[in-house]
Design a protein around this ligand. Sequence first.
Ligand SMILES: [Zn+2]
Length: 289
Amino acid sequence: MRYVGRFAPTPSGPLHFGSLLTAVASYLEARCIEGEWKLRIDDLDAPRVEPGAIDEILRTLECHGLCWDGGIYYQSTATDRYEAAIETLIGQALCFDCTCSRRDLRNHVVYPGTCRHRPARQRDNVAIRIRVPPIEFEFEDRLGGYFAHNLAEDVGDFVIVRRDRIIGYQLAVVVDDDAMGVTDVVRGSDLFDNTPRQLFLIEHLGFSAPQYTHVPVITERSGVKLSKHTLATAIDNRFPAQNLRTVLDLLGQNPPMLATVDALLDWATSYWRLSAVPRGATLETWQSI
Ligand SMILES: [Zn+2]
C-alpha cells in the first residue's frame, strides 16, 4: 500500500530540536518502507510568520539530508480548498456564527454553547464554530495506543474560522492532509488530543482518515516544552551529523558512531524501529543540546 507522510512546520522561527525530532521520525517512518515524504509550510497564521524563517527551515532540512518529495505545499495558497470545506460543513448545518469575545469565554475550558442556535453567515469579525455531538471519538495511535474524547464534554463546539478570518488549525490540517494525499501523520504528542476533532471533520468532509503516530515532545529538565521561543535551542546547521545522532538517540535508535549525515540517515533508514521510540508524551533531555 502507498505510504505518504509529511512534515508541516510553522515558520514562526527556525527549527528547534523538538521539530527536528518530529521531522526525522516522520521521514524515517516513510523512508523505511520506501514511502513518500512531503513538506508543507503551515503559514496560514500570517501574523506569526517570521520573515526569513521559511528559508532557514528549508536550509536546516537540506543540510540534515531530509529531502522531501515533490514541491512544497504552502497553506497560504490553499484558500479555495478551505472555502470549499467550509461550504460543505455549512451545507450540513453543522456551523454557526460565534460573536463571543475572548473575555466572554475566559472562564470556560469548554465552549458554553452561547451562540450555537445561530446560523453561519460567514460575516466579518465573527468566528465560525462547528457543533459537536455528545459522542466519543476514538482512535488508535501507533505509539500512544487507544484514545477517546467525548467531543461535547471534553472540547465543545470548536472554531473552524477565527474572528480575524484566519482558518482554524483543525480544519486547515485535515484539508491539507487530504489535498496532499497523506496516509500517515507522524507529529508531536502536543497535538495528540487534537486528533478526535480532526477525525470528526474528516468524517463530515468525506476524507479518508490517516493513521496517527504521536512522538514525544522534548522537554528540558524543568518540564518546559522546547519551543521556538527558547532561542538557545535553535538548530546549529554547522553540526548536522551531531544533531542527527542526538535526535536518533532521543528516538531510542542507538545509532553507531558514523561521521556523516548520509551514512547516519542510510543506517537509520535501514534499522528504524518505531517500537524503540520511548512511550509517553514528553522526553527529558539528559544531554546538553
Ligand atoms: Zn459564541
